[in-house]
Design a protein around this ligand. Structure first.
Ligand code: GTP
Ligand code: MG
Length: 430
């Protein structure tokens, strides 16, 4: 019996916001066919769209709709599935949903429940489900492209290949366990440890690209420098909004201010910060502490100071270059800009976009979510331990734990705990 064979039948509006030209309601579960029969009189032949009059319990006409019937298990959810393509008015949809609620065994779906059933019935694996969740949430082109690759199982393939290799190594470790004492039978596996270390290194390498969350939520670009250097003005200019107060008074900005911006299809969050200087003023000092912290965790630092940047990888900006005495860019700066004249702004955008695209994964690599990165890191850790330990039993156990981490990425291992977290990210009807 499939895991959800005994489950309720769920239904929800699966298409976008109303009103719309067409609204699609999906019904999934053992009572899906009965729901169709109740509303449309009968279910059409499988996978053929038919126009049917939908009627309520009292016989009143609700809508003339296209209806489809997909018998399980070869369906999106792995269960019996019906689709009603209605005219997309709010009243029509509300009435049909309420009629469905009256069919025995049917209830409204929870967020992500359709996808959850697809996963439980083996129609998709966990990384594909995560890709789908991201796809629904993707607001930028770069995030969308990445999410599509994940939804198509890109990460599954990568993990499968890693898993095959790890299985091979685990088998060799077992062989050492079994025959290790009897050196006449089997030559000792001298290369096992270095092969383990190699695989661990490769895993660590895949962690060098940014987490998928960054691509979705935006790279954090912190603008910092001394007071009055033009930080707030720059942020207002790039975002095209008045995010932060600009003023000739040094020490205007205190808190960190965030402005989400799309740059070359990439989501970024521009972060304004308090000007750095020695001060006795308590609030200003708290602001400066926040600024210093933001500088250390920034994905990119735009540094507007004339003195050396606090991070070697900063983009050094010579701001306010239209002002008297600032016309010559110092050799230590990467770009001279003026928000007044617009000079250098294009070059700054290009420098920033270039830096950000270096965080994107290479074409054959995939962005991973924090959860997936954590599992890859834990797998690498187990391999490293296995490569170090002189005790074959310990090495074997480490490899088993390493495999388990990989399995959790695609949801092979015990995963119930994280399902709620993942599927809760979906919208209802997905
Ligand atoms: N001429 C000229 N003035 C600028 C330019 N950018 C900023 N200013 C002026 O410089 C002053 C300081 O600008 P802000 O953007 O408030 O500077 P800030 O770095 O945010 O300052 P704090 O928040 O106090 O740390 C304001 O009077 C701005 O109008 C520029 O490109 N050209
Ligand atoms: Mg400011």
């Amino acid at each position: 019996m499939s895991p959800s064979a005994a489950a309720d039948t769920i239904f929800a509006l699966s298409s976008g916001a109303l009103p719309a030209a067409v609204a699609i309601i999906r019904v999934s579960g053992p009572a899906a066919k009965q729901a169709l029969e109740t509303l449309a009189g009968s279910a059409p032949e499988p996978r053929v769209a038919r126009v049917r009059a939908l009627r309520g319990a009292g016989g009143a006409l609700l809508d003339r709709a296209l209806v489809l019937w997909f018998p399980g298990p070869a369906t999106a959810t792995g269960e019996d599935l019906a689709e009603l393509h209605l005219h997309g008015g709010r009243a029509v949809v509300a009435t049909v949903l309420s009629e469905l609620g009256g069919v025995p065994g049917c209830r409204p779906a929870e967020a992500g429940e359709f996808t959850r059933r697809a996963f439980l019935n083996g129609r998709i694996d966990l990384s594909e489900a995560e890709g789908l969740a991201d796809l629904l949430a993707a607001e930028t082109e770069a995030a969308r492209r990445q999410a599509i690759r994940m939804a198509e199982g890109g990460l599954t393939g990568v993990v499968e290949r890693l898993r095959e290799r790890l299985l091979g190594l685990a088998a060799r470790a077992e062989a050492v366990l079994e025959f290790g004492d009897d050196e006449d039978d089997v030559a000792p596996d001298h290369r096992l440890k270095s092969d383990l270390a190699d695989l661990a290194r490769e895993l660590r390498q895949t962690l060098k690209s940014s987490p998928a969350e960054r691509l979705r939520d935006g790279f954090r670009v912190v603008v910092a420098g001394p007071p009055n250097s033009g930080k707030s003005s720059l942020i207002n200019k790039i975002s095209g909004r008045s995010v932060a107060i600009e003023s000739p008074i040094a020490g205007t900005t205190r808190d960190l201010l965030e402005a989400p911006v799309i740059l070359d299809g990439m989501a970024i969050i521009l972060i304004d910060s308090a000007g750095l200087r020695a001060t006795d003023e308590v609030i200003e000092r708290l602001g400066i502490e926040r600024a210093e912290q933001a500088i250390t965790v920034a994905d990119v630092l735009l540094w507007l100071g004339d003195e050396a940047a606090p991070r070697a990888d900063a983009i050094r900006v010579h701001a306010r270059c239209d002002l008297l005495g600032r016309g010559v860019m110092p050799a230590t700066a990467d770009v001279a800009i003026s928000v007044k004249t617009g000079e250098g702004m294009e070059k700054l955008r290009n420098l920033l976009a270039g830096k950000l695209s270096s965080f994107l994964p290479a074409t054959d690599m995939l962005l991973m979510t924090d959860r997936q990165r954590g599992l890859i890191a834990s797998c690498a850790e187990h391999l490293e331990q296995a490569a170090l330990t002189p005790i074959p039993e310990v090495a074997s156990e480490d490899l088993r734990l390493g495999l388990r981490s990989l399995d959790q990425i695609v949801g092979r291992a015990d995963v119930e705990a994280m399902l709620d977290a993942l599927f809760g990210r979906f919208c209802i009807g997905k």
